[in-house]
Design a protein around this ligand. Sequence first.
Ligand code: ARG
Length: 462
Amino acid sequence: MSSMWGGRFEGGLDPFFEQFNRSLPFDRRLLEQDIRGSHAWADALVGAEILSSDEARQIHDGLDRIAEDCASDPTLIGNADDEDIHGFVERKLGEQVGGLAKKLHTGRSRNDQVATDLKLWLKTATTELDGRVGELQSALLALAERTADLPIPGYTHLQRGQPVTAGHHALAYLEMLARDRSRIRDAITRADESPLGSGALAGTAFPIDREALAKSLGFRAPTRNSLDTVSDRDHVAEVLFACSLLMVHLSRLCEDWIFYGSYEASMVRFHDSTATGSSLMPQKKNPDALELIRGKCGRVHGHLQALMMTMKGLPLAYDKDLQEDKEGLFDALDQTSSCVRVMRTVVDTIEYDEARCRETSGRGYLNATDAADLLVRAGVPFRDAHERCGKAVLRALELGVELEQLPEEDLAILFGYDVADPQTALSVEEVLARRNVVGGTAPGQVRTQCHHWRQQLEEQTR
Ligand code: ARG
């Protein structure tokens, strides 16, 4: 195979190194972007009077044909032995337009080319991911609407704390995903500057109108420093971080539901469509979908760490180390996107056992804070109320009952005569309804939040 840089060399490449050096097996995913960038560069070269309009037209036609041929026959690229996607396109263009293809690389380097391709690819991939996360949000919203007043135990330290509604729990994840989406968009907004025209490192030596070139590729503006541009992979790192944190959020939801679905908690049931059985134990129904998503979180994080280590201490400007940016990025986006998709199916199909949720939310002293609050309302300072309720819990534990089931005399010691009907006041429904502040778990608040999100999500898809 002829290389793109043969002149200075007398010997050929060691065959093993040749394979080691290649990025085509993975950067073939940049084909569309490489062709798009080449179209724009051909026009820019017309502006700089390097190509005639007729030559540019031939190049455009040739590039279009490469795109068509590769779309109809994937083995074309699969069987190619070029070093990378840029070499592949250049060679293919040669097959289409002959010697004219050799003019296209004027004033351009694979360094600004790959930076451009990658940014273009990132824009599309993250827009798709953003859309998928939006769909997951919609699924969570529907779940929240279905379970806006269903009590479940709320935990801190994985110890029973206070009851919350299942809807509130679903909306918590919807909020996290909203931040994830804004992080993804933010990264892309910062990356929205065109590298093309930066050359190998010092800027192109031809009078290219980089403003117009940037616009023609859909970028907001050209980058302002060529050295920075060809070595910058901040946007890759930022997207990897956004994916990593999104995966953290998914993994936390997985963990919550894996626990809720355990025999011990028995609050949710997994649908057959996302669970599997055991080859040995006939009774098993395992939450594989959730466990896999939780597991893949580590993999995506690994890609972020790998890139950070690759970039650390790299001298300006481009270094071949940067070729290592792509496999991790592609895999991170593939995995994250698949996880979001699978999670959506889980959210659509998961079932809360309502009777069990109501029953379990009424046990384990989830209303102890409210007992103290009742005393506060009757004028007892909170610290004293806390102490009295703590003692009441000890007594209830001794008797094996809930607070509101304490014998009359214990209730009288606890509340005095100041609190009317503590049984009702300590019911799960009342405990939930009392958290009627913005952001609180009261069913009314959850419905208000659902309404807010319904509007937000509809606006985004409009
Ligand atoms: N395959 C290379 C990459 O992925 C393209 C740029 C190569 N540039 C170079 N000067 N060798 O980064």
